[in-house]
Design a protein around this ligand. Structure first.
Ligand code: CP
Ligand code: NVA
Length: 325
């Protein structure tokens, strides 16, 4: 498949076509195989990459660093207290400085506008490592995992259960519309996705053959599903909403009973992580009802969450190589 992504940014999955998404997933699968065979090539030697993090991260940060090292590039981690971004210096000026020194910039933070300004003013590819609105690199790893497990996206029935208006839900919906899946958002009415985004995705779905169901009914949403996906109930920056979200989302906690409702013996469970699935973390001890998934499901044979976490590395590496070479 010939696809040229050189010089392009990934600010939202809207930026990539179906063909480009498929290309990245296939390239990521190849990189994973190369690593297994010891045949990875260093395609990004002499490249310098800035990693800007306003919010914390385990997977995304480690994926960007290890992907860069695999390819021979150098990374510089710039945390929220390390640079002036938006504090003593405008995002526009920071972008122009970073663009003179680095070949690409990753940004994780709050406002989508920040990542867009970085792309507009830096003159180098910018990758969105998560904002309040979108998490595009996550979805590439999720879809790579679906491809590895199911071999296809055609006729795949994929249910996202939980906070239907967060960054992961938004990006899954865009991705599903592009690749043509039967996608369901199962959440309480007050957490339904933004109607403008639904309408935008429905236009895209007409071309790809995707279909959407937005429902508060677990029965309707999970019927015949191949994939059940959830995320934490209060995203980074929404910590004050935890009690409210627990009372809204408790009926949507993923249980073995819910997996059975799909009627599929080989249904898979996905989660972007981090997850509350037991009471062994400080936050879960403070809010014992915070778990969005039962430990039994998380640790079950249906769970592919750690394959999905590993695939963050390969998909991010594929995006870096494709946009920089
Ligand atoms: N899934 C994900 O983005 O994880 P981190 O927050 O650890 O980067
Ligand atoms: N919705 C979550 C995703 C974490 C990877 C958050 O924004 O915190």
């Amino acid at each position: 498949m010939t696809v040229n992504l050189k010089g392009r940014s990934l600010l939202t999955l809207k930026d990539f076509s179906k063909r480009e998404i498929f290309y990245i997933i296939d390239a990521a699968i190849e990189l994973k195989e190369h690593k297994a065979h010891g045949t990875l090539q260093k395609k990004l030697e002499d490249k310098n990459i800035a990693l800007l993090f306003e919010k914390s991260s385990t997977r995304t940060r480690c994926a960007f660093v290890t992907a860069a090292v695999n390819e021979g590039a150098h990374t510089e981690y710039l945390g929220k207290n390390d640079i002036q971004l938006g504090g003593k210096e405008t995002v526009e000026d920071t972008a122009r400085v970073l663009g003179r020194m680095f070949d690409a910039i990753e940004f994780r933070g709050f406002k989508q506008e920040t990542v867009e300004l970085l792309a507009e003013y830096s003159g180098v590819p910018v990758w969105n490592g998560l904002t309040d609105l979108y998490h595009p690199t996550q979805i590439l790893a999720d879809f790579m995992t679906v491809k590895e497990e199911l071999g296809t996206f055609e006729n795949v029935k994929f249910a996202y259960v939980g906070d239907g208006r967060n960054n992961v839900a938004n990006s899954l919906m865009i991705g599903a519309a592009k690749v043509g899946m039967d996608f369901r958002v199962v959440s309480p009415l007050s957490l339904f996705p933004d109607q403008d985004l639904v309408e935008e995705c429905e236009v895209c779905a007409k071309e790809s053959g995707a279909c959407f169901t937005i429902t508060d009914s677990i029965e309707e949403g999970l019927k015949d599903c191949d994939v059940i996906y959830t995320d934490i109930w209060a995203s980074m920056g929404e910590e004050d909403k935890i009690p409210e979200r627990i009372s809204l989302l408790k009926p949507y906690k993923i249980t073995m009973g819910m997996l059975k409702k799909t009627g599929k013996e080989d249904v898979i469970f996905l989660h972007c992580l981090p997850s509350f699935h037991n009471l062994q973390t400080v936050t879960a001890q403070k809010y014992p009802d915070i778990c969005e998934v039962e430990d039994e499901v998380f640790e079950s044979k249906f769970s592919r969450v750690f394959d999905q976490a590993e695939n963050r590395l390969w998909t991010i590496e594929a995006v870096m190589v494709a946009t920089l070479t």
